[in-house]
Design a protein around this ligand. Structure first.
Ligand SMILES: [Zn+2]
Ligand SMILES: [Zn+2]
Length: 380
């Protein structure tokens, strides 16, 4: 029977099996559908029964080449390890001492728990934990980043630190709840790291999920005006529905010139770079006004040539963002609960967990203009 000392279960209403179905990563690009033991939550942890999980571009990177996943100090291949990080579900068991959640609570999750003892964690920057990946062996610092350093969501159950859980409203669907962490990442970049206040102008480069929800969050925070630039009309139109005041297709117009012209010739206060495209950082710097800020939210695969002189002469701030942080997901969930923007507009496709490889193909190749592909559990 599934159990362990100090773990709280609700056997009458919520049966937790001993084994679960799960995908594990074999060689690069190889996913294996297998069976694993259901993990047992420790102190400050709960067991989450996963109900839905969204696919992120970073999952595709991890499955194909490894980083930023770091499992037991190395690449994540052939370690019986499960990827997937944008999931939501139902609390199924409570670790010793946990009373912050109840069995049956619907929750969505953040990725990083951090170690809680390094300088950055103590500052609330647990996504930048200095002990990233140190959760094993003699130097176990207890760091957790589900789907990166610890087992993730392409399975029926996963362990989560209570600090990574966000309760969700009954009015929010499973699919929408998987998008909270994406919106939370944009929120963290704009508010906690960026210091955005209402009335400031924002340009978003790249209408991927983070860019689209970045435009939505910026608008909901009172940014004005909000620009969105990209190469695909359909995605730009979605961005307009989410709150972008102006959309610019850079295949037809010069993005930098158009953004500057429409904002009085001086450029914008913030640029969120979500494309990872060659030359995008220079474009961001040219869109920015003097003293403006650039948040880098994409993971480029190539080195890029940057006009550092322009950045220095114009007192431009440049900062990267690794993911959600400072509990920004809670604020993003509040916006979504209040219907300040409709995140479901970016959810385009749904598959069952068994069909994960096909779901990944849709996300990777943007089949049928896929934006966010969600995998759901098959249940009677
Ligand atoms: Zn992600
Ligand atoms: Zn830490």
């Amino acid at each position: 029977m599934y159990a362990s000392t100090g773990v709280n279960l609700d056997r009458a209403n919520f049966v937790v099996p001993e084994k679960m179905r799960a995908w594990i990563l074999g060689d690069p690009g190889q996913l294996i559908w297998t069976e694993k033991a259901v993990p047992v939550p420790g102190r400050a942890e709960v067991l989450v029964r996963i109900d839905a999980v969204a696919i992120c571009a970073t999952d595709l990177d991890v499955i194909k080449s490894g980083p930023p996943a770091l499992v037991r100090g190395g690449l994540p291949f052939n370690k019986n390890w499960t990827p997937g990080h944008e999931y939501m579900g139902t609390v199924a068991a409570l670790g010793p001492g946990v009373d912050e959640f109840a069995i049956g609570d619907r929750v969505t999750v953040e990725i990083h728990a951090g170690c809680g003892q390094c300088k950055r964690c103590r500052m609330g920057m647990y996504t930048s934990c200095l002990n990233y990946g140190l959760n094993y062996g003699d130097m176990n610092k207890g760091h957790r980043a589900n789907g990166f350093t610890t087992d993730g969501g392409f399975a029926e159950y996963a362990i989560n630190n209570i600090n990574t859980l966000i309760k969700i409203a009954d009015t929010m669907t499973d699919e929408e709840a998987t998008l909270v962490v994406t919106a939370g990442t944009s929120m963290y970049g704009l508010t906690e790291l960026g210091g955005l206040v209402a009335g400031e102008s924002v340009a978003v480069i790249g209408p991927g999920p983070i860019g689209l929800l970045g435009a939505a969050v910026a608008k909901a925070l009172g940014a004005s005006p909000v620009f969105l630039t990209g190469t695909r009309d359909a995605r730009l139109e979605t961005g307009k529905k989410l709150g972008a005041d102006f959309i610019v297709n850079v295949m037809r117009e010069n993005g930098v010139e158009t953004v500057r012209r429409l904002n009085g010739g001086k450029g914008v206060d913030y640029v969120i770079e979500c494309s990872g495209a060659p030359g995008a950082i220079n474009a961001a710097a040219l869109m920015c006004n003097r003293g403006g800020k650039i948040c880098l939210a994409a993971f480029p695969h190539e080195l890029d040539l940057i006009d550092v002189g322009h950045i220095v002469r114009n007192n431009i701030y440049l900062y990267g963002i690794r993911g959600e942080g400072r509990s920004a997901t809670h604020r993003a969930e509040a916006f979504m609960r209040e219907k300040r923007f409709d995140a479901t507009l970016i959810h385009t496709h749904t598959f069952v967990l068994e069909d994960l490889p096909e779901a990944l193909r849709y996300a990777r190749d943007r089949v049928e203009d896929a934006i966010k592909v969600v995998v759901k559990m098959r249940r009677e």
